[in-house]
Write a protein that binds this ligand. Sequence first.
Ligand SMILES: Nc1nc2c([nH]c(=O)n2[C@H]2C[C@H](O)[C@@H](COP(=O)(O)OP(=O)(O)OP(=O)(O)O)O2)c(=O)[nH]1
Length: 127
Amino acid sequence: MKHYKVVAAVIEHEGAILCTQKGEHNYPYLSYKYEFPGGKVEHGERDEDALIREIDEELALCIRVNRKIAVVNHQYPDFMITLTAFHCNSTSRDVTLVEHLHAVWLPKEKLKTLAWAAADQPILQYL
Ligand SMILES: Nc1nc2c([nH]c(=O)n2[C@H]2C[C@H](O)[C@@H](COP(=O)(O)OP(=O)(O)OP(=O)(O)O)O2)c(=O)[nH]1
């Protein structure tokens, strides 16, 4: 079973948090689910550097990485991930969607109204 190390950015800008939606996926349990943007950490890369790189690649957004929020181990049917979420800030809300279907900025209280990837659900409790 594959085990991926993934970092995710909880990006806050003036009271709202960026939520990004995946498109159709090979694994139906990930199709159209919301996630915090980020991705797999490359060998030898620091978590914070991986996050800055991924957010630039995926959204053309410049972020500052703050504190670690949570580490979640989640077993999907086909692979396992260790998902580490960091609180981040951005200076703007302008994103370019390179990989995602949709993006929305929501206040914390509204995050639970979206359909999140299963691994992200525990992170919501920490926000
Ligand atoms: N970036 C990110 N990935 C997440 C979250 N929750 C969650 O289960 N994942 C999963 C989706 C992917 O399988 C994997 C991250 O891989 P990736 O972002 O490098 O994406 P990828 O192109 O390799 O894979 P994919 O988008 O086709 O799933 O972790 C999350 O909040 N953020």
